[in-house]
Design a protein around this ligand. Sequence first.
Ligand SMILES: Cc1cc2nc3c(=O)[nH]c(=O)nc-3n(C[C@H](O)[C@H](O)[C@H](O)COP(=O)(O)OP(=O)(O)OC[C@H]3O[C@@H](n4cnc5c(N)ncnc54)[C@H](O)[C@@H]3O)c2cc1C
Length: 439
Amino acid sequence: MSSGGTIWFWHRRDLRIADNAGLYAALKDAQSCGARVQPVFIFDRHLLDGLLRRDRRVSFIHHSLEELQAAYAAQGATLWVHDGTPADFWQAQLAAGNVQGIYANEDYEPYARSRDTAVAKLAQEAGVRCSLLKDHVIFARDEVLTQARVPYTVFTPYSRSWLARLDAFYLKPYPVEQYLGALARAEPRPVPSLGTIGFDPHPADWPGPQVPDDLLRHYGRTRDFPGQPGTSRLGVHLRFGTLSIRRVASLAQELSSSFLNELIWRDFYQMILWHFPHVVHQAFKPAYDRIPWRDSPEDFARWCAGETGYPLVDAGMRELTATGYMHNRVRMVVASFLTKHLLIDWRLGEAWFAGQLLDFELASNNGGWQWAAGSGCDAAPYFRIFNPESQLQKFDPQLVYVRRWVPEYGTHRYPQPMVPHAAARQRALDVYKAALNAL
Ligand SMILES: Cc1cc2nc3c(=O)[nH]c(=O)nc-3n(C[C@H](O)[C@H](O)[C@H](O)COP(=O)(O)OP(=O)(O)OC[C@H]3O[C@@H](n4cnc5c(N)ncnc54)[C@H](O)[C@@H]3O)c2cc1C
């Protein structure tokens, strides 16, 4: 590479400086060839234009960008924040001869892959190298395969291979701080306000990025009880990369194998999405696309509103609307209820979650929904149907969670169950069986 030019680092789902694989590679490269690294973030109109004006995630991203900007300013550098489309931005920079290289971290979602392929093509046409690094997961794509060198489609054997492959190398932080001298020096530029990009601010009610040792130590015992603060709430930080997965996985390795197991699920679903992108629109197991889902906007609306008459389901749905979060145990129960008790297409539930969850992640959300519907990567057969009443007795026996979100539970104002459990269960079994046995 020639010296003295600008190497760009493009932040996407990695809104941090510390232990950032792509930023580290960009800085190291720049240092070796006398170039300077200019970081940029693009508010991508392809993604933003489909959102409501008041979106928790956009507020979270905006807040994280302000923190990132402050961190760059402390180094005498600045983060460019562009509002537009990635293709237009890169086309303009490349045409201006302002690009010696582009670095970013890999993103495994179908839209991101096509976006990155298009940008790489633009760069290639201009004779510029575009490099993508692994940062979002511990093991990506083909790094954990079966002995036959094909992707795993069942979690347990995948997790065994994942653990067998793990060593200190994969958890080692990238020492970005050693190379910060290669950042381009510039006066700080303010991050455009939320109003400028067409959004209203949302109260900053998201959890912090801390990972208390005690929480991890007790996680195996507390993680299933939605009334207790027994899980980390790190989903949003892992989604937007305000925390490094290597740091979180290192702590998990030291303190909690069950927490590490959940991080393996996260890698697993990213790997599935990479190899089987059809899951975004279709069942992972094609036979499940034959299920004749019920078309009932009224039942779907009751589920969304948390008025099903099943207190654990209703508490979860109300927690989701109020906070943008739902406990994992309850996500499983409400998803099972929608797809089995109400026989409503998992894609509708998935889309509802996608619009509400602060930690929305396409790979995990799709994986979770298909798992619940039985159509995904689950070794258990479709006839595992959660009983929402026994789940309540087991995981919220003192009704701590239910009372928090459904204060009218136990009064005459609380509705009767919208479908009786036994009959709904039998209907689901009959419909699934008939569809799966059909030629
Ligand atoms: C129907 C359904 C939809 C889901 N949608 C999402 C989603 O959009 N985004 C998302 O990050 N997770 C999703 N999950 C997985 C899981 O429910 C959340 O990751 C978890 O509840 C987030 O809370 P936490 O950060 O306190 O998790 P913790 O229990 O503290 O777990 C730590 C981290 O591990 C990862 N993790 C935990 N469980 C899973 C899992 N089953 N699959 C994948 N990763 C996991 C997450 O990154 C999580 O933040 C979904 C699960 C189901 C059943």
